[in-house]
Design a protein around this ligand. Structure first.
Ligand code: DC
Length: 215
């Protein structure tokens, strides 16, 4: 089993940027588990599977071949879907498929498998609570609501208004925090870090301090 650094937190807190940079600094493998849930949502949309159809969604998750490539690119059944999984529709769909226990079981098994033979920085919602409760380092990365909206705006085409984006983020968060299966919650032994007003380098430095302490 490799070393696991778990980074959990709500959408727009800066997890992806931080986890990717941290992994490259430590020469660990970066794993974006949100991309896995997004892949299943994309597949469901393409195949016309309802977000309520738990049995079919579970079957999709069990059969999907998801590859997380270096630099954060994502392949689904051999197709590069990196850009297709960042739309507002897929974001909302991912949050819905992620509430289904059977989908989570399939994806969590893969996440554990990935870390069997390598050191990872893994980001998501339940990494420190459910996937790796014994992770070496756990960070709960947060940011104030306004900052989270601004960051997401930077990631998306300017066709989405700040108000719309704020509403989408709030809805997704409420679903991710309120679901019965592995809800988004800070692990008891996670370090809470609010990245509002900090540069990525400042956040990385704080996490590296925690990593050094845990060695
Ligand atoms: O991190 P993200 O925004 O790409 O995640 C997309 C959705 O997937 C998010 O709304 C919640 C879900 N998710 C999850 O439930 N558990 C994870 N470990 C990662 C993501």
């Amino acid at each position: 089993m490799g070393i696991v650094i778990a980074i959990d937190g709500p959408a727009g807190a800066g997890k992806s940027t931080i986890a990717r940079l941290l992994a490259s600094r430590l020469q660990y493998t970066y794993i974006d588990t949100g991309a896995m849930y997004r892949s299943i949502a994309l597949l469901a949309g393409r195949q016309g599977v309802s977000m309520e159809d738990a049995a079919r969604l579970e079957a999709l998750a069990a059969a999907a071949e998801i590859e997380l490539l270096p630099e954060g690119r994502v392949c689904l059944n051999g197709e590069d879907i990196t850009d297709s999984i960042r739309t507002p529709e897929v974001s909302a769909g991912a949050s819905k498929v992620a509430a289904i226990g059977g989908v989570r079981v399939a994806l969590v098994a893969r996440q554990r498998q990935i870390a069997e033979r390598r050191n990872v920085v893994m980001e998501g919602r339940d990494i420190g609570t459910v996937v790796f409760p014994n992770a070496r380092v756990k960070v709960f990365l947060d940011a104030d609501p306004g900052e989270r909206v601004r960051r997401r705006q930077g990631d998306l085409p300017s066709t989405v208004s700040a108000e719309e984006l704020a509403a989408q983020l709030a809805e997704r968060d409420a679903r991710d925090r309120g679901r019965a299966e592995s809800p988004l919650v800070q692990a008891q032994d996670a370090v809470y870090l609010n990245s509002t007003g900090l540069t990525p380098d400042e956040v990385i430095e704080k996490i590296l301090e925690i990593v050094r302490r845990e060695k």
